[in-house]
Write a new protein. Sequence first.
Length: 120
Amino acid sequence: MLFRSKLVITGILEGNSNSSEFFADAAKVEGEVNSTGTVKIGIGSVVIGNITASSAVIAGAIKGDIDVQGPVVVDTSAVVMGNIKSRSVQINNGAVIEGFCSQTYADIDVQGLFDEKKGN
């Protein structure tokens, strides 16, 4: 499905979605979630599939990888079974993550911090 505006799911969605914003409200989603804006997975929602967006707030359960160019907030009620790749990650106390977190999109040259200084 291709939506150019906000997509709000309150029931069951089987299949991939593309939208400018995505909000799952006590929903069950089986498929890829792609958004040019924010993805919000509310409490009681379950997503089985990867998420790609510019930012994300997760309060439900996700089984899949999260690839976000901006920030990701993993709320206290969240369960994430998959890897998170983003600019920054905020993990609130009580959240469960089974996977790797990587700030791949951060503005800092991480490798440069550990390189030997030349000329010394």
